[in-house]
Design a protein. Structure first.
Length: 427
């Protein structure tokens, strides 16, 4: 067991606070809305993507009555509501608070936690991470220091299968074989073994150590001049823990496939994907009607419905949701593009839909500019709108990219070739 060590509360100096405010990350939240080209935008943090049915219904009503009725899933399992009317921020906050989606106003933008969405459902993984999720969220909201985290800082809770461990989180807790867990800070070369009971507290401590090192100057561990291994060593010192060990085969697996989820005891659940992460009011209503107790939003813009009967799958498919791995929409993502974003050079969602081809392969992500908002981690095909028209296509593997420049008539063929790693050349 790790010794309990009290950590002095983090209070930024006036200089650090000023620097922080000068470099505000501008991430939208539920209380601080973003002025997009198509109206105000709210990003609502859903730790672990877990929503009770009544909370999902409340979100649907808020989107219909205050926005355009649609819900957009993010790469962190959060929800965005767009085209909000001017001056509705107070009403939105009131509704979210009443449904339990706003437990701490000071922490609402920092509750960025991804968790293995199939944990406890399909018999894989070493532990059910939902207790970790509940405890970490509660600790996060109770921490004075954590309120100073940026809206980009990310925690990941992996049940051992390796799905969210590959999402480049700032702090990752991964279940270990048997009992216990490994704590990793950023891309550190080592991990700290911790007990299962103490894993959430160790994760929060790692975030507080980051804040002290960052001094309000950086948003994420990867931006620090201090190596991640030094942060981990500081966590070890404060916990009076054994020395870290080498990363033990940090293998990464993929996202849940759409379709039926079957547990060892025969209980079923459903997995669906939202095309480009966009859920219409009708699709959201069908999801909430099909859910039993809860929905789990995934970092891959999907939804898991634990214990939902297989008979609901056809109803979900009828609304346009992806329910089969062979769907041409599987693995296709995009930013909001035009007309919602002034920085976008193209209507990337329409172009992505036009370029759909069967065959699958690497994930592909369409971006309207070089910011690449929401792009996936890991190997993928990167499609970016060019300043003078057309798109630049890159196959990204292990951080290396091979690019080609194409005009629109060849776009669909080139993207399909890139996804399947066929030979493709500059056009």
């Amino acid at each position: 067991m790790l010794a309990a060590v009290s950590t002095p509360p983090f209070h930024p100096s006036p200089q650090a606070t000023a620097a922080w405010r000068d470099r505000d990350d501008a991430c939208p939240g539920a209380l601080r809305l973003h002025a997009a080209d198509d109206g105000a935008l709210a990003r609502i943090r859903i730790p672990g993507g877990v929503l009770r049915v009544d909370q999902a219904e409340a979100l649907g009503r808020a989107a219909r009555e205050l926005g355009d009725g649609e819900l957009h899933l993010t790469s962190r399992g959060n929800v965005q509501v767009r085209r909000l009317a001017a001056g509705c921020g107070g009403e939105l906050a009131k509704r979210l608070g009443a449904s339990g989606l706003l437990p701490s106003q000071r922490h609402e933008r920092v509750r960025n936690i991804v968790a293995s969405p199939l944990s406890g459902l399909d018999g894989r993984g070493f532990t059910d991470v939902r207790p970790w999720l509940r405890e970490l969220d509660a600790l996060l909201c109770a921490s004075e220091a954590a309120a100073w985290l940026s809206g980009r800082f990310l925690f990941a809770l992996d049940d051992g299968r390796g799905d969210v461990a590959g999402l480049s989180a700032d702090v990752t807790v991964r279940a270990a074989p048997g009992e216990g867990a490994w704590l990793r800070v950023g891309a550190s070369d080592a991990v700290l073994p911790v007990s299962s009971e103490e894993a959430p507290r160790a994760a929060l401590l790692a975030a507080e150590v980051f804040l002290e090192a960052a001094k309000g100057q950086t948003w994420r561990v990867s931006e620090l001049a201090v190596p991640a291994d030094e942060l981990l060593s500081d966590v070890v010192r404060r916990l009076r823990a054994p020395q870290p060990t080498a990363v033990p085969g940090w293998q990464v697996t993929g996202e849940p496939s759409p379709g039926l989820v079957t547990a060892p005891d025969g209980m079923t659940g459903l997995s669906v994907l939202a095309p480009l992460g966009r859920l219409t009011a009708a699709q959201w209503a069908e999801l909430t009607a099909s859910a039993v107790r809860e929905l789990r939003l995934t970092p891959w813009r999907g939804v898991i419905l634990p214990m939902a009967p297989v008979s609901r799958l056809s109803h979900l498919a009828a609304t346009g949701l992806i329910t089969e791995p062979a769907s041409p929409w599987t693995g296709v993502g995009a930013c909001i593009g035009r007309p919602g974003c002034a920085k976008s050079r193209a209507d990337v969602r329409t172009d992505a839909a036009t370029a759909l081809r069967p065959g699958g392969g690497l994930p592909v992500y369409w971006s309207g500019c070089e910011r690449r908002c929401g792009r996936p981690r890991g190997d993928h095909v990167d499609v970016v709108a060019e300043q003078d028209g057309g798109y630049r296509i890159s196959v990204v593997r292990d951080g290396l990219a091979q690019a080609t420049f194409l005009n629109s008539p060849l776009l669909a063929t080139a993207v399909a070739a890139a996804r399947t790693q066929d030979q493709f050349h500059d056009q």
